[in-house]
Ligand binder design. Sequence first.
Ligand SMILES: [Cu+2]
Length: 500
Amino acid sequence: MANLNRRDALKLGALASGSLLLPISCQSRSYAKDAGSPQVRPFTQQLRIPPVLSPVRSDDTTDYYEVTMRRATVEILPGLKTEIWGYNGIAPGPTIKQRRDRQSVVRFINNSVGTPTSVHLHGMASLPQYDGYAEDFTNPGQYKDYIYPNNRPATLWYHDHALHNTARNVYMGLAGLYLVYDDLELGLPLPKNEYDVPLVIQDKQFSSRGSLIFDDQGEKSQMGDVILVNGVPWPNMKVANRKYRFRILNGSASRSYNLSLSTSEPFTIIGTDAGLVGAPVQVSNFRIGMAERYEVIIDFSKYKVGTKIVVHNDHPDNNIEYDGTDRIMQFEVVRTESDPSSIPPNLRDYQPIAESLAVRTREFRYERSNGLWVINGKTWDIQRFDANPQLGDVEIWRIFNNSGGWFHPIHIHLIDMQLLDRDGKPPFAYERGWKDVFYVGENESLRVIGRFGPNTGAYMSHCHNTVHEDHDMMNQFMVGTGGPDPITTAPAQPLPAPPL
Ligand SMILES: [Cu+2]
């Protein structure tokens, strides 16, 4: 069925002017069949789990890791070769697992990726010089040692953040998971180890020969017609008939998802971007914007061996739908097993921040103006700060999406915040936890609240549609005064690097 939205209309316009890389059929949903990526039969490849990275050495306080960014050729679509840009040459990159309050030093080496990079560990309260500032470049032939305090147990991810090239760099593969655990969480009876599974969802488009196509439609959005989970198109995962914990990250450039299960089995939400919620909540479906993380328990115990359960995507507004983007992956129950895990009624102490604690409210209007993506009418300028909360201040930020036809997931670096309301209405049940990305739908306004700290200095805030972020829907705030300069304090160093 034709399902023409504003984006499709734009694409048709672009087609008429001959400026598109690919022909687009009038029936947008038949794109994949007629002219899109090579066809893949869903659920024929098995899910892979990114490998866990071992430290190169450890001492009493710190684990030292080394990651090399490089181009690699891999097989994503059966029988075709695809060049990716990966951390250690894989996409997603290796997973770093770390204990709370141990320190990590991660050496990111820009070896053969051929473009300037900057690494942001999304969700970590890093010092400004280790936060992956957009202009804190590590050029080819350089490396940089990033220091991370690991002060929050949560599902984090590291990804490229280089000015004007973030969307392409992340799309080509520069993204990986970083999981922080603490004793409190490990002491809970939740599913653990091989039953604690990360799922990174991304959409891609490929040429007929298998190359990744990055086409941001004139700095608007990069939408793919192939859904990858952990780098595998529409994978199948063999599971036992028991509970699993899934850490779901939307690692897409521009696509959001609304996930549900074909059996109408509910998800039990146990975590948001910044870790466990106070108490589990059951939902039949949930929406996840780019860079958001939700942790869910799925209980397969009621299913017979042989049952197949499909994760569906009921397209949220303002995405482009193709054949195949209405489903994500499949679970296949293949064995019976006992299940020692359970979901405790209380997961961790979670207190809403009282609005009365806020010392001020700021307003940020995200919109499209004269062909530019702007915040309060302005594009990125590293010389300009749009907010200066003092260390420890509680502030309410009111985030407006004034652009019809688009949604914007807004990411605020450094701090974890809470969503107070959306258009004056309470947040969805699954959004009631600590978060660092907030889904601002078409013409919506959100109020979020947070306490600024623990660091002083400069931090970025931006739309996590990385195409919008690149052009140039990003600004910065300064916490307190006199923090370390993000660019000059710990600049990248020339290779070869001395031993860690
Ligand atoms: Cu946006």
